[in-house]
Design a protein around this ligand. Sequence first.
Ligand code: SF4
Ligand code: SF4
Length: 454
Amino acid sequence: MLKKTFKRGIHPKQHRGSKRPTQDAPIENYVSDSVVIHMAMNIGTPATPCVKKGDQVKIGQVIGTANGFMSVPVHASISGEVTAVEPIPYLGEGNVTAVTIKNDFYDTWVDDLKPLGSVENVDPALVIPAIRDAGITGMGGASFPTHVKLTFKEGAVCDTIIVNGAECETHLTADHRLMLENSVRIVDGLRAVMRALNVEKGIIAIEDNKPDAIAAMERAAFGRVGVRVQVLKAKYPQGGEKQLITAVTGRQVPAGKLPIDAHVVVLNVGTCAAIADAIIDGKPLVSRICTVTGCVKEPKNLRIPIGTIVEDMIGACGGFSEEPGKIFFGGAMTGIAIPNIQTPTAKSTNGVVVFNEKDAKSLDESACIRCGRCVAACPVGLNPYKIKVAADASDFAAAEKLHVMDCMLCGSCAYMCPARRWLTPSFRFAKDKITAERRAAARKAAAEKGGNDK
Ligand code: SF4
Ligand code: SF4
């Protein structure tokens, strides 16, 4: 089969073999004594808690209501008693409101789940509302509300849905295992979306370093209308939306534009499986698969209730195998360092990677030497060192002019940087600030027009 790819990209040699400890580790279910579920898990407006301390909750019960279009509800991921509803510090985002639930271990689900039946027979008009009500956000790490992604502006045309099974990030194998162990659900989710959007082409894109996943997804796709698998060359960042679209369709997404401008929607494999769960079983998004690896005694792929604390997951993997340096949510390229092991997981947490002290030291930054390697590495053609200067000076207007909003936070520039500059955290910060400013401006404009969009 012809293998496709995009121009540029890198092969992170330093992390070669980082997937090996978990790629053959079957998914294990893990449930802890308590979870801490925060309300700001999606890009957009946080949910508002609708339970109070002392309440008894069931799995799948709404504990946070959505606030407007760019928001999703949040559901209890275990059954038990609400022991706190309070602000907690979260990943440099300031305080976010969180609901703590103590597990009663009865695993009681809410009684009013509303399955919609087979994805091939469901009324297409019900699919996107069901995705919204299930609280589904992008599970590849982006946490963008999926119903928003699937709602286009007037005149937009989508002719292809790409399912992202590239998992090009280092260390992580959660998507790989999902493709092996739950391949039919992924295809079901894809078919539901194809029918909802009246799209005839569904392509599952997988890198050639996962031949077993390719075989499993080809079997699952067999006989399903309009669905096929596309094999890609393994290269970083193959799973970036724009790179994936170019590799699979040959189309370019112009700077400042979205995949839909190239008539494509990209969904992660985990997102597709969650969509199938919502349609077929009526179940909201309450759990996910997370790779726990690095300096832990038994690296694993765990299916965890959303809100599971990192310390509990490390315990489930036998504890630290050596003194930890830094712990990341996500892999080495796009991951975010977490402040402590009490940090709870979110819908987008696809990995917990523990670096030892030596590796953590190698992540410390020094001054820029203006070598330009970051520029050569950027698959989008940006100038990372200039953006870093603007972002660190909080000159967001300058960062915007340098097209920081086109940065997909892939980390290729940081990987190539001999000074180990922390480029992606600065870019993430600038993007968040610019997004918040744009949203505030849109809200102000809507309020002046008498609208109430949040
Ligand atoms: S500037 Fe952004 S898109 Fe370009 S390499 Fe760096 S992180 Fe990736
Ligand atoms: S690769 Fe690093 S040191 Fe070189 S120009 Fe870019 S930021 Fe500066």
